[in-house]
Design a protein around this ligand. Structure first.
Ligand SMILES: Cc1cc2nc3c(=O)[nH]c(=O)nc-3n(C[C@H](O)[C@H](O)[C@H](O)COP(=O)(O)OP(=O)(O)OC[C@H]3O[C@@H](n4cnc5c(N)ncnc54)[C@H](O)[C@@H]3O)c2cc1C
Length: 473
């Protein structure tokens, strides 16, 4: 028999499960339909497992360099099986945690593939949801007042460069490698490509990155992108920009070979494996959108600023609506959507207040406009930059590469953007995000007393440097 709900969520990733908890706290009778595992990409194939591997790579690198800190270690070796086991146990622990949260919130979880059927007499607003159950039992029918589509995304490839999961991998397969290759070609120098390049180089793999655009990390501030290029080269990563990979030339025989057009010449690249990280496609297929008036443009679901689709009782959030494809964005959008369903009048999200992070070594974090974007928007900008080299705690840590850069409006003194590269900057960006939310000026950031010695002093100094008032530089 069909079951009735206030809300049925398609997809139990970071967007879907957080929305479910918020809905349950707001008193909505809620169900989640999940075809794989609760936690989605972020927990099982994204943020968490990749950061667990990055941490092992960092420890390995630091151990090899321990002599710098006065500690002798005899020839440290890597046990990659243990690295993978550690990663998996972190994922499993968090997975259990999410399952527990669903029980605590009295959220019903249906394990299967969900589809929206058209509106019916039972569900004239949001349409019935049919769930093809993973256990082979008869389809469940769910009758919701509202639906939230949170079906996420999957890795994309280039035509002709098909993922075979062995030699040519996406990040999904790379996370499960049993052994490290001696060498790898990474196609795509965006966030995922650079995190993998950093990690694999720190593990001792010979890495070549082929990036189509003239810069790696093309969405970051150009100073950050340039510094990352320098740091990756220092690690021994071979980065080739403006490189057009020619998929038809791929040969897989005892490894992989592919040609790329670089500066008008054709160059052949060769490695044991290849990782393709050229973006992600939204999961919009086969979920019944054709039974609705929901609009899909360029492969992503279109919504308004509280995440309603053209069908006002069907909302969509997270990677499936494109934009900043980040876990914290998906969950924040989920909370806004649910609050709107519950008549809570939520604030729409302001993209300029959303921090984004890259967990390579060195790390990168940013919030707001890059210098270039600010200029393109017509701002007359002033910039403050402060290097970690002049920060005592960075010397103590033994990690002095990188800087904090603050972009502000000359006329109003408004903060426009904060960009950092260096040690632990992903843990430091929340101060800048709060400053953006509170509309703080660089002067107010500088007036905030930063404890000594901390890496956060670089933010205070960069804020002072906006008007040339930095102390230690
Ligand atoms: C390698 C990698 C590293 C990343 N690192 C970070 C990071 O450090 N920080 C960060 O913020 N973001 C990171 N991301 C991005 C982040 O993982 C995504 O932005 C986030 O997972 C999006 O959440 P979501 O809920 O929209 O979708 P997903 O997490 O993809 O969840 C969607 C869920 O829906 C399920 N589903 C799909 N269709 C159906 C259906 N019809 N019926 C039932 N279930 C369905 C899927 O099985 C999946 O579990 C990373 C991504 C990758 C690939």
């Amino acid at each position: 028999m069909a079951q009735e709900y206030d809300l049925v969520i398609l997809g139990g990733g970071t967007g879907g499960y957080v929305a479910a908890i918020r809905a349950s706290k707001l008193g909505l009778k809620t169900a989640i339909v999940e075809k794989r595992e609760l936690g989605g990409t972020c927990l099982h194939r994204g943020c968490i497992p990749s950061k667990a591997l990055l941490r092992s790579a960092e420890v390995f690198k630091q151990t090899k360099e321990a002599d710098r800190y006065g500690i002798s270690t005899e020839n440290p070796t890597l046990n990659f099986t243990k690295v993978q086991e550690r990663k998996q146990s972190i994922v499993d622990t968090l997975h259990k945690g999410v399952q527990g949260l669903m029980k605590k919130g009295k959220i019903d979880v249906f394990e299967g593939f969900g589809r929206i059927l058209g509106p019916s007499i039972f569900s004239p607003t949001a349409g019935t949801i049919s769930v093809e159950m993973n256990n082979g039992e008869e389809n469940e029918m769910l009758i919701p007042k509202n639906v939230l589509v949170a079906t996420g995304s999957r890795p994309k490839s280039l035509p002709g460069l098909e993922i075979d999961g062995e030699v040519v991998m996406s990040s999904d397969e790379a996370l499960h490698m049993e052994e490290l290759p001696e060498s790898i070609i990474i196609v795509g120098g965006g966030v995922i490509g650079i995190e993998w390049a950093s990690m694999l180089a720190d593990f001792g793999v010979k890495v070549t990155v082929l990036e189509y655009l003239p810069h790696i990390l093309p969405t970051e501030d150009e100073d950050i992108s340039r510094e990352m290029l320098k740091q990756m080269k220092k690690k021994g990563v071979d980065i080739v920009t403006s490189a057009k990979v020619l998929p038809d030339t791929i040969e897989k025989d005892n490894g992989v070979k592919v040609d790329a057009e670089v500066d008008g010449e054709t160059v052949t690249y060769e490695a044991e494996r290849m990782l393709v990280s050229v973006g992600r496609s939204a999961n919009v297929d086969n979920i019944g959108l054709e039974n609705t008036d929901i609009q899909v443009e360029n492969g992503i679901i279109q919504t308004n600023d509280v995440y309603q689709t053209k069908e006002s009782h069907i909302y969509a959030i997270g990677d499936v609506i494109g934009g900043m494809q980040l876990a914290h964005v998906a969950s924040h959008e989920g909370m806004i959507a649910v609050e709107h369903m519950a008549d809570q009048n939520p604030h729409p999200m302001n993209q300029d207040q959303v921090p984004s992070c890259i967990y390579s070594n060195p790390e990168v974090s940013s919030v707001g406009l890059t210098e270039k974007a600010a200029k393109e928007k017509g701002f007359d900008v002033k910039v403050g930059k402060f290097p970690f080299q002049a920060i005592g705690k960075a010397l103590v840590h033994g990690e002095t590469d990188g800087f904090v850069k603050i972009v502000a409006d000359k006329e109003s003194d408004d903060l426009l953007g904060v960009h950092m590269i260096g040690p632990h900057v992903t843990d430091m960006i929340s101060e800048a995000a709060l400053a953006q939310v509170l509309d703080a000026t660089p002067w107010e950031i500088a007036e905030t007393i930063h404890p000594h010695p901390t890496l956060s002093e670089a933010i205070g100094e960069a804020a002072m440097a906006v008007d040339g008032n930095q102390i230690h530089g």
